[in-house]
Ligand binder design. Structure first.
Ligand code: ZN
Ligand code: ZN
Length: 415
């Protein structure tokens, strides 16, 4: 079968590999589509895992073969299915604490097209291992494979939304309106929040309105200016910001300033929250400076949720533009805060009782709810998909996803 094999940093090759054999309680699925996800992009571009591997984990397709014992679980050849490559054991200490992403079973990848299991969606067929069978979801006849493929990222976003303690009418800022940020905007709106959406790209803000944002702010990079804050006493002098990071990191603050200049007389956040400060901020861009600014913009007792700080060890702002989007791999890694360039006043956590949270990956217990939201189109993920690429152009699909343009959003590889 054809597969796109990762052979080293930025080295993806279309190769012919064997169709993976399956064993008892396993499925062979003929892949129809696979979403391009930032966590795979990071692995490909930074070489964080050794080659060879076949990536792609937002996979949907048709059951092509059943391993012994699997038919009694109700699966049939020809079923249209969406897959989850991580499923927790639901029994260990972490699972009992609902920390599924820390479960040892969850950390294993249960879908492969060959080599070390890595998702395998960029191949014609994938093998579904027994421990991820509970993560296989039937796609209704009226829904597309692409809708099925987006269950997994939507799940990660709903899980993160559930980490926030929100009341109806609360004001939440979502920094970054890529596919993930837009999912946040819509799911927060469905949860009764009033969303302020920011991004560097104007077309994304227009979409954010469609996805339920009450206010949108166009962000800009490259200015060493700090935002207006509800509490001026918390103002940090601009000189404490690392100028290297400013190119990618001032989007949130600049957005607020622009709004002020545009003549409404008071900052949007100030007005929207009646001077109280944001109830929460979701950081869907890998920028440390935006996190720091958000910590200043949330009210006492408010929450800042990190969703894109997935790269350990270096300030993330150096590695990605603010208009991009990411998905958390390591929630709130110690390596990001505090860093010498971004002093974090820990009194904001202690005295002001602000929470700094992270969220990574999916929550198995939300699977049915996510399927309802997506398949009913209450969250219409079709509006998030901008490009379809054939398998042989997977490298181009990944390049585009890693450097979003005005008209690019979620990118799907089709087979
Ligand atoms: Zn993903
Ligand atoms: Zn577990």
């Amino acid at each position: 079968m054809r597969a796109v094999v990762y052979r080293g940093v930025n080295d993806l090759r279309l190769e012919t590999v064997p169709v993976p054999p399956i064993g008892p309680n396993e499925l062979l699925v003929k892949v129809a589509v696979c979403g391009v996800c930032p966590t795979d992009i990071k692995k490909i571009q930074y070489g964080t895992v050794p080659p060879p591997r076949i990536f792609g984990h937002e996979t949907a397709g048709v059951i092509a073969r059943l391993g012994p014992g699997v038919s009694k679980l109700g699966w049939k050849i020809g079923d249209r299915v969406a897959l989850h490559h991580h499923v927790p054991c639901q029994d260990c200490h972490f699972c009992r604490h609902h920390a599924f992403a820390q479960c040892e079973t969850y950390k294993r990848t249960g879908i492969t097209a060959g080599f070390q299991p890595a998702g395998g969606g960029y191949a014609e067929y994938v093998r579904v291992l027994p421990f991820v069978l509970p993560g296989v979801v039937k796609i209704p006849a009226k829904n597309s494979f692409a809708e099925g493929a987006l269950l997994e990222p939507v799940n990660t976003v709903l899980k993160a939304v559930r980490r926030l303690s929100l009341l109806r009418g609360d004001v939440v800022l979502v920094a970054g309106q890529g596919p993930i940020g837009l999912m946040f905007t819509r799911l927060l709106q469905l949860a009764g929040a009033q969303v302020i959406a920011t991004d560097l790209l104007a077309p994304r803000l227009r979409l954010a309105r469609k996805f339920g944002a009450k206010w949108t702010l166009l962000a800009q990079t490259g200015r060493a200016e700090l935002p207006l804050r509800p509490d001026a006493r918390q103002r940090v002098p601009a000189s404490t910001l690392n100028p290297q990071l400013l190119g990618a990191a001032t989007c949130l603050g600049e957005a607020v300033r622009r709004r002020k200049r545009s003549g409404d007389g008071s900052s949007l956040i100030h007005r929207a929250t009646r001077g109280c400060g944001l109830d929460a901020a979701v950081i869907a861009v890998p920028s440390d400076a935006v996190v720091q600014q958000a910590l200043q913009l949330v009210r006492g007792g408010g929450q800042v949720l990190l969703f894109a700080h997935t790269k350990r060890g270096t300030p993330a702002s150096l590695s990605a533009a603010c208009g991009g989007e990411g998905r958390g791999e390591v929630a709130c890694s110690n390596s990001h805060l505090p860093s010498p360039n971004f002093p974090l006043d820990l009194a904001s956590v202690c005295l002001d009782e602000k929470d700094l949270l992270g969220s990574y990956s999916s929550d198995f217990t939300l699977q049915d709810e996510v399927a309802r939201l997506v398949f009913s189109r209450q969250l219409d993920v079709r509006n998030l998909i901008s490009h379809f690429f054939p398998l042989e152009q997977t490298a181009a699909a990944i390049r585009l996803a890693s450097k979003p343009t005005e008209d690019s959003l979620k990118i799907i590889v089709t087979l």
